[in-house]
Ligand binder design. Sequence first.
Ligand code: HEM
Length: 423
Amino acid sequence: MPHSDSRFSVLSEGFATDPYRHFGRLRQGAPVHYEPAIDSYFLSRHDDVKRVLTDHEAFTTETLQVRAEPVMRGPVLAQMTGAEHTAKRKIVVRAFTGAALQDQMRAVHANAADLLAPFLARGRIDLVNDFGKPLAVHVTLDVLGLDRKDWRQVAAWHSGVAEFITSLALTPERRRHCLDCAEQLEAYLVPVIEQRRRHPGDDLISKLCTAEFDGVAMSNREVTALIINVLAAATEPADKTLALLFKHLIDHPEQLTEVRRDLGLLPAAIAETLRYTPPVQLIPRQAKESAVFAGTAVPAGATVFCMIGAANRDPGAFAAPDTFDIHRPDLGTARSFTAAAQHMAFGTGLHQCVGAAFARAEIDTVAAMLLPLLDEVRYSPGFRYRETGLYTRGPVSLSLDFAPVHAFSPDRRPHVGPGVLPA
Ligand code: HEM
């Protein structure tokens, strides 16, 4: 029988306020927690999560047909398997790695400088709402080849799409709103797709339009789904990670001083941020056959949620897991952004994040620009830190004060840590 503890629910307010407080108890007492209201199982141990994400035969992504496809307007990468998955994943990977990455980081740096400029003389910025969120959307629109002036509209549609995917329970009204957002986003994208078919450029949409799978070009529906897939996957986790990185460094001033002195430590600080507070907290799968975890059976067909935040704090995988330590020897910076990562912030196995190298370079570039500018950075007076989200989780805002900067002429060449960009 599953551990269904009627006194505890991952849907409770107490859990939503601070899930990290409950992870230890879940891993020890209820590593297979059953949530009757949504008929789903929650796994919290590192080994169990790894098993689910790497045993693709036993745990499928079929659940995404109802969890994602209605708002993606077609099948997403995570639903695909075999040759189709390999071929389409490769198109997306190529757009975010290798030589393309170098140009993209120049654009990231320029975007970040433009967004930051109006706040410097004031000496105050909300790193989430003034900067991180618009930046992540701008950067993704640039890579896709969409017009940056449309960012507010695209961000509003995107938030409806994201709400659909990341809500564990939706009211019929919210569901309708999310589907409306997805339909409007699709109506905005289809004319762009048709234009890129006629006049392809260097952007990802053009690459998706001109690529062939089994000698056949992808339909508008397939291209739309992959665009929304990238838009949804690339924006939220990146802006949350940047804000969380700054929060952890401000909370650990000695580590902030070290990183300021040596920006080469940034990739280690980003990797530790991803382990300590992964922005993607849940990854869903469906059990093909019944399976046993820690002596508890999960029935065939069940929805299983991998709890990434809990797995990343498992003492079986990391020493002193509740301590933020950019020097921890059991993480390994270089492998933290690859398939060999010990933390599971990017997932693992076949569907591991295609944007890991891009995310590392993006956050490194932006943080290396911000740190020297935000001298004496600290929380604004009266600021109260609050996080939200069960599926994706991050700060609601991060109001920071710093020594005002009156003369700002951004160096157009981004600093990027060693090994971040290709030679
Ligand atoms: C810190 C930033 C990021 C984090 C923490 C993150 C996290 C994740 C996670 C946990 C998964 C696995 C989902 C699963 O197994 O079902 C994933 C998949 C994916 N991510 Fe990311 N992501 C980040 C940035 C990005 C960026 C910048 C892109 C841009 C391309 C991206 C694109 C994707 C795509 C397309 C997938 C699906 C891959 C597949 O199914 O083959 N992500 N990401």
